[in-house]
Design a protein around this ligand. Sequence first.
Ligand SMILES: Cc1ncc(COP(=O)(O)O)c(C=O)c1O
Length: 318
Amino acid sequence: MGIDYFEKVWHNGEFIPWDKATLHVGSHVISYASSIFEGIRCYETKNGPAIFRLKEHTDRLFNSCRVFRMEPPYPHRQIFDAMTELVRVNEAASCYIRPVVLRGYGELNVNPLKNPIDTYIFCWKWGQYMGHGSVEEGVDVCVSSWRRMAPDTLPAMSKNAANYMNSQLIKVEAIANGYAEGIALDSAGYVSEASGANLFLVRNGEILTPPLASAVLPGITRDTIMTIAQDLGYIVKEQVIAREALYMAEEVFFTGTAAELTPIRSIDRIPVGSGKPGPVARKLQEAFFAIVHGRAEDRYGWLTYCNQPVAAPVAAAR
Ligand SMILES: Cc1ncc(COP(=O)(O)O)c(C=O)c1O
């Protein structure tokens, strides 16, 4: 139990101790879920800690905030640098980094506009998301009775706290029924994603994943795996996926910063393929872990080494 945290927390431009990084219960975020966040992994490499796809995570944070008209009052570059600095000041060899932009203490009213925007970045040690051994052995999952958000309700492409109340319905139902995770359908009944990870199928040797319009978060690991798979010569397609295709697939796996690449052994107690992690998942895992740990060439400039000066990232056009 508990968070294996690192002591220093970035708050509005300053480092503060973990124990001081607290909020008043009257803060807007507590009642109204007004929070936008990211989840980023920093991996241990032979050249020190390296943050994986920091620019893309920073871009997504700002984009998620724009939807809610609550961008942090700091430039993209400052938030980017704060993350490498956080790893350095905490002397972390590896960690999971959580930037959070929230509406703080001021007024209590659905209208958030008079509340201050507070930005925190903290980090902790996080192992395998779906339990020890899940990345190697795979997990048993179900199709959830809960759907992802309809497109005109909550914005799936924005990583905001309110979406995670839907995620909690999916996750808790799955756990209560003895599964590691739930796969949710979208409001039209097509396959969407899990409570905290994107989903891929292998069918007839091709790699398929639902399109962003199926209420999925534009996962940075999803994009990474699509890129690696294409480089390895696989055909990768974003396409609408019917539920029954899950039971006909040769392989199914999750991707995510926390989940990394977690194979699925069974869905609703029906074995996926042989009921063991398949060869495509294995091959992609191997290529993925070689890149994140700096063992393979960083062809796309995905690693930001924290102990070295970094060139200015190109911020998303806005
Ligand atoms: C709902 C949801 N979908 C997908 C993902 C995977 O996204 P990423 O690969 O950017 O971590 C996450 C994790 O952040 C998530 O919470």
